[in-house]
Ligand binder design. Structure first.
Ligand SMILES: [Zn+2]
Length: 248
């Protein structure tokens, strides 16, 4: 609840000050934090570009991923300066709906810092559960993040489990079934694929379906998307290369 409380403070503060966009504040934070970084100037410049719309947010994420892939992360916004700066309010520029997989940590693979991204992580990166959808809505409608990225990943265990569930009727113990069920439609849609391509096809289809459903989600997300205030994209992270590639 602390985070949410902080968000309310942030929104009121922004409204009072007239600073309705998150980008300026985020960029200022990145700039302040860069002083303690040993990064190259070109990489630093990327993170200081103000994020005022979804296209800019996406550009910033992909640039950060490129730095990560190349092994030259800036690691901006991870020091005490940034920590103090965002202690009273948050203005994340992007929401990531990602998998819980330990190998897919968004701040690391996008080379971002504290307060930059509003994360919703669940095995299989779906937003079927109301609390997950509500978290995304909060990031978009209250915190005014400009971009929502659904981030699947290579060799996702949740998707593999769903394929076994669909093809062999495998049952999962405990509450694991709860994250398998929302992935079933994606697996069913690509069942005609060759066996050696099925997992990859299902991973990408799952991302596409989430993008479609979230873009059309009422009452909060669809109006933001149609009004140009929120951009929704799908992407897949590749475990070996470290690359994030858009899924269309
Ligand atoms: Zn996964």
């Amino acid at each position: 609840m602390d985070e949410l409380s902080t968000g309310r403070i942030s929104r009121r503060s922004l409204m009072r000050s007239g600073l309705v966009t998150a980008g300026g504040l985020t960029a200022a934070g990145a700039l302040a934090a860069c002083g303690s970084s040993s990064s190259s100037s070109s990489a630093s410049t990327t993170s200081t570009v103000p994020v005022t719309n979804g296209d800019q947010a996406l550009q910033r994420l992909l640039a950060g991923n490129q730095r990560f892939v190349q092994g030259v992360p800036v690691n901006q916004g991870r020091d005490s300066v940034r920590r103090a700066e965002v202690a009273e309010h948050q203005t994340p520029f992007a929401i990531i709906l990602g998998c819980s997989d330990s190998r897919v940590p968004p701040e690391v693979l996008f080379d971002e810092g504290i307060g930059d991204m509003f994360l919703v992580r669940v095995a299989g990166n779906t937003a079927a559960a109301p609390a997950l959808l509500g978290s995304i809505e909060y990031g978009a409608a209250v915190l005014h993040a400009k971009l929502l990225m659904v981030l699947g990943h290579e060799a996702c265990g949740a998707v593999k489990a769903t394929i076994e569930h669909v093809q062999q009727g495998a049952q999962e113990p405990g509450h694991i079934e709860a994250f398998v069920d929302p992935i079933v439609p994606a697996v069913q849609a690509v069942q005609g694929q060759p066996a050696n391509q099925l997992t990859e096809a299902a991973i990408q289809q799952n991302v596409r379906l989430q993008v479609q459903q979230l873009s059309a989600s009422t009452p909060l997300l669809a109006p933001l998307v149609s009004g140009g205030q929120l951009k929704v994209v799908g992407a897949e992270y590749h475990l070996t290369s470290g690359k994030v590639q858009l899924v269309t």
